[in-house]
Design a protein around this ligand. Structure first.
Ligand code: FAD
Length: 374
């Protein structure tokens, strides 16, 4: 019997474990994660703004599918012996490993990141204070609007080098800018942060912007677990994979989601659930084919959307071409809120349903239908 170990029970690790368990009844599938609570990373800005999320326990989501859950953190991978050593020195062996440890925002001294469990408490203590959000990518925009809506007396600033929403088409971007204005978020463009000092953010050129709280939202890092094991990675720590999502240096290891450097014709995919979940479905399919002595198929993925919440009462969805450039279609207001909620809630619904992964999500049927399925 083959042992398949999935490290990381985020959105993609959960999907891969389900996909493998569903299609390989005679394989032993183990899912490893530091906590037994499923972290809805798509909603971290809601947590920062003080909202309570549902309490979803990983064992409840995987045990009915026959997946073994192990609570623990991988400290080292030993590819030669095909085993993973945990921080408490327990060991798990594998025949195939799925690397799904995700990514996190780069830590900057003096600033919070969106996943910091202390951020919500800090904001709650200072409802009349000032918050400076450094970086106006999608996480920065979602955090600034969510927090400004939850704390109307708080002074929320959004600092950015370029224009917020620069990746969107003109109509979606105009809607985004109106929402920031309506919520009283002060946008400052052309700003490069040099340093986060106590009680201030210092810009290049020396200007000090006084702030109670600084929130850093740009730059991604992947923990160096794979690199330390001698597995080939790029310079951000993502595992380099081939078209079937196998490590280029260790073909018994598959990498998916934010922790994988997955190349497509238009470039390397950036970390989103939108791309990560199809990559997980494809890795499950690749492993299944390998166990059955078949050749794997290449993974193909094209983007469909940039979904952005603007607080709880507004959102904007920019639909895209396969390479993530904006198409002419977008949604705003109520339709966009419903769409974004469907995006954020559907992974958990899927894990609960114990359905098979739709064939069109595995990449077998090609880019366009894969995008539609996502
Ligand atoms: C505020 C916010 C909003 C977002 N909105 C969207 C959106 O609307 N659409 C979209 O497509 N994407 C969105 N994203 C991006 C999306 O959340 C990520 O791309 C996605 O979570 C990646 O999934 P993953 O499984 O690769 O990693 P994660 O979901 O981060 O899961 C990784 C898991 O691995 C575990 N882990 C880490 N290290 C170890 C270890 N050593 N041992 C064992 N387990 C480990 C972690 O604890 C975690 O459970 C958003 C992100 C943020 C922060």
């Amino acid at each position: 019997m083959n042992d398949i170990l999935v490290i990381g029970a985020g959105y993609t690790g959960m999907m891969a474990a389900h996909g493998i368990a569903h299609r390989n009844r005679d394989a032993r599938v183990t899912l490893l994660n530091p906590t037994d609570r499923f972290d809805e990373r798509l909603r971290q800005h809601q947590v920062a703004a003080g909202q309570e999320l549902g309490d979803h326990r990983i064992p409840d989501l995987v045990a009915p599918a026959g997946i073994r859950f192990v609570e623990g953190r991988a400290a080292a991978i030993d590819p030669a012996a095909r085993r993973v050593v945990l921080t408490d020195e327990r060991e798990l062996r594998y025949d195939f490993l799925v690397y799904a440890i995700g990514s996190a925002t780069r830590k900057v001294k003096g600033a919070f990141t969106i996943d910091d469990p202390l951020l919500a408490g800090r904001l709650r203590e200072r409802p009349d204070g000032t918050l400076t959000v450094c970086g106006a990518g999608l996480t920065g925009i979602e955090a600034a609007t969510e927090i400004a809506e939850a704390y109307p007396r708080m002074r929320v600033r959004l600092l950015s080098r370029g224009e917020p929403g620069s990746m969107m088409g003109p109509k979606a971007k105009a809607h985004l800018m109106r929402a920031l204005d309506r919520l009283g978020v002060e946008v400052r463009t052309g700003a490069t942060v040099a340093e986060v000092a106590p009680e201030a953010v210092v810009l290049e050129g020396g200007e000090r912007i006084p702030t109670d709280t600084a929130l850093w939202t740009t730059g991604v890092r992947v923990a160096p677990l794979a690199a330390e094991a001698g597995i080939a990675t790029d310079d951000t720590g993502r595992v380099l994979v081939d078209a079937a999502l196998r490590s280029v240096s260790h073909p018994e290891i598959y990498a998916i989601g934010d922790a994988a450097a997955i190349r497509q014709a238009y470039g390397v995919i950036h970390g989103t659930c939108q791309s990560g979940i199809p990559s997980a479905a494809h890795a499950a399919e690749s492993i299944t084919r390998r166990l059955r002595g078949k050749e794997p198929k290449p993974f193909r993925f094209g983007y469909i959307h940039q979904p952005v919440s603007l607080g709880r009462k507004d959102a904007v969805i920019q639909f895209t071409n396969a390479d993530d450039t904006p198409s002419r279609w977008y949604l705003k207001g109520k339709a966009a809120i419903a769409y974004k909620e469907a995006v954020s809630g559907s992974p958990l619904k899927f894990y609960r349903s114990r359905r098979a992964i739709p064939a069109r999500m595995t990449g077998r049927t090609g880019g366009r239908r894969n995008r539609l399925a996502a």
